[in-house]
Design a protein around this ligand. Structure first.
Ligand code: MG
Length: 203
């Protein structure tokens, strides 16, 4: 299982980190050990002093494929949830300044927390979904999929040119504005169309 992530997929978030708006999807990956299933504890990693949350819509791949056209991409995923792309922002900035890869800042163990998956139904309009993150009860991210620069179908078309998608792979689709730091004792709760799917305590 691999975890494919899109960076800078919401223009307001790209701006808050002083990044340009991308013209092609920005892709990076997390390894299997990054996966943190619901109800498993998250421990603040000692590698960073600036651990940040990025709440994102996450799709689960249900069919193997390569060179998937966007118009057929919806056949390749059947479940959705919210996830946290945990980021060691201090390490990421350090790597970026040197032009080095991000993995140590983005792909460490348990850095891909996910909530409970929901089956995708025909009534769900994936380009019209609202999702929110609360940090210690305060609303900090309020995203809408209509603001995504690259839709899930466009992302699948792009990444499947490089990587075969396999059943069980996850795609993190990028975070809206409002990212911030967490500390030990904090709680993150994610709401998808008003329904709570994600609950992570930082230990
Ligand atoms: Mg992210």
């Amino acid at each position: 299982m691999k975890i494919i992530c899109v960076g800078r997929n919401y223009s307001e978030h790209a701006k808050e980190l002083n990044n340009d708006i991308p013209t092609e999807p920005v892709i990076f990956m997390k390894a299997k050990n990054a996966f943190l299933p619901p109800a498993k504890p998250f421990y603040y990693p000692e590698i960073t002093d600036d651990l940040q949350y990025e709440c994102e819509i996450v799709y689960k791949i249900c069919k193997n494929g390569r060179y998937i056209q966007a118009k057929f991409a919806d056949k390749y995923y059947d479940e959705v949830t919210l996830g946290i792309d945990f980021t060691a922002r201090d390490l990421q900035r350090k790597q970026q300044q040197k032009g080095l890869p991000w993995e140590i800042a983005k792909a460490f163990d348990n850095s891909a927390a996910v909530g409970d998956f929901l089956p995708i139904t025909p009534e769900m309009n994936l380009n019209d979904l609202n999702f929110q993150l609360k940090h210690n009860g305060n609303l900090v991210q309020d995203g809408h999929t209509k603001d995504m620069i690259f839709s899930i179908d466009k992302v699948i078309e792009y990444v499947s040119k490089f990587f075969t998608l396999n059943i069980g792979d996850l795609i993190f689709t990028g975070t809206p504005a409002g990212v911030g730091a967490v500390n030990v004792g904090d709680r993150l709760e994610g709401f998808f169309e008003g329904k709570k799917l994600l609950d992570v305590d930082i230990k």
